[in-house]
Design a binder for this molecule. Structure first.
Ligand code: FPP
Length: 346
């Protein structure tokens, strides 16, 4: 790739804020898609095109969510000094970028016509992103409704969309218990993520006069809600998902994750937080969701049938980066931090 093309693609990715959702939001949804196939004993390789379609459909939706959000946030972002690619751009540019999201989104919707339930969910997600950002409704400016809209739009709906797509293509109905637990976990983790985001953005939003839930109440309220209501629901439903899916890999990886997180805290003084950010923090469990949850089901199905390892390879092609970061951290801890500590005690 020459320098100009590289530069151009980097700008495109920045325009749709891909860094904020490519791994963090989409990989857990893929995890649920793999999990839903795995618990029905369906070979992942037979669903390869479904997973690719899911990823493309969600990436287009997330791009639209980011574009419409930045378009509507220009004035607030200017006041608070936040980066916004659309500030100072021409109307033509804005219109072209919006159309560039809507056209592929319409094609995806057209392809979903034979799956009415998935189509309704997909269009619903776009409408939710629209009313979150666009005035006069602009839920972002309506305190708790904004939090609810984001938790539903960026986590619950995509997860349910994935479950419906897989169920349709496997012709096997998924149990009510599975769908309900996934829904509770998706909603709760979506809530925790937006509560954290609003606390991080609190000063910017206050300066720009946006009536977010954090500005309307207090960061302490968000922290308490996240810690005592949202997190127990999230952790409880995650435990049930792991129990229902009966997968030794997801449990083992949870162990790896917890140990690494603890070692990071112990050696590097990183705070492991439930909601409230600190200067040097890591949001508890989110690395598990986007790295290990999908990998756990990819490994399980690869173990059952080695042909599924092809899907594992493709997944890693798209999502090697976050796993690589984890490996690098683990290497640093095992190769340097732990031996140095042990030497001091000998
Ligand atoms: C389908 C799917 C998984 C979608 C992901 C959606 C997503 C997270 C998009 C990123 C842009 C966005 C709407 C951020 C929240 O906006 P904000 O206005 O609350 O925060 P801001 O001030 O940072 O823009």
């Amino acid at each position: 790739m020459n320098k100009q093309t590289l530069n151009y693609s980097q700008q495109m990715l920045a325009l749709v804020r891909a860094k904020e959702w490519w791994s963090y939001k989409l990989a857990p949804v893929l995890g649920t898609a793999y999990a839903s196939a795995a618990i029905s004993n369906i070979s992942l390789i037979s669903l390869g095109s479904t997973f690719l379609f899911l990823l493309i459909a969600l990436a287009i939706g997330a791009s639209y969510a980011s574009v419409i959000n930045n378009l509507c946030d220009r004035e607030e972002d200017r006041i608070s000094g936040k980066a916004n690619y659309f500030i100072g751009r021409s109307n033509l540019f804005r219109a072209l970028v919006t159309i560039a999201c809507i056209v592929p989104g319409s094609i995806v919707s057209g392809l979903l016509i034979q799956i009415p339930l998935a189509l309704i969910v997909y269009i619903g997600n776009w409408l939710l992103f629209t009313i979150y950002s666009v005035p006069p409704i602009r839920l972002k400016n309506r305190s708790f409704l904004g939090v609810l809209a984001m938790a539903v739009g960026e986590s619950l709906v995509p997860q349910i969309f994935a479950v419906f797509l897989v169920a349709h293509h496997t012709d096997k109905p998924l149990s009510i218990a599975w769908v309900t637990t996934i829904a509770i976990w998706a909603l709760a983790s979506g809530f925790r993520s937006i509560l954290w985001h609003q606390i991080v953005d609190f000063e910017n939003d206050r300066r720009a006069g946006i009536n977010t839930f954090a500005v309307n109440t207090s960061t302490q309220t968000l922290q308490r809600l996240g810690k005592w209501v949202v997190f127990p629901a999230e952790f409880g439903s995650l435990t049930i998902i792991l129990l229902l899916s009966n997968n030794i890999f997801t449990w083992t990886f949870l162990g790896f994750y917890l140990v690494t997180e603890w070692l990071r805290h112990y050696f590097w003084q990183l705070d492991i937080v439930i909601v409230k950010p600190t200067e040097n923090h890591r949001l508890f469990l989110f690395e598990y969701y986007d790295v290990f949850y999908p990998l756990g089901f990819l490994c399980l199905t690869g173990w059952r049938n080695p042909a599924n390892l092809i899907i594992l390879g493709i997944h890693l092609l798209f999502y090697y980066q976050r796993l690589w970061f984890w490996i690098k951290d683990l290497w640093g801890l095992l190769r340097w931090e732990i031996p140095t500590k042990l030497q001091k005690h000998i």
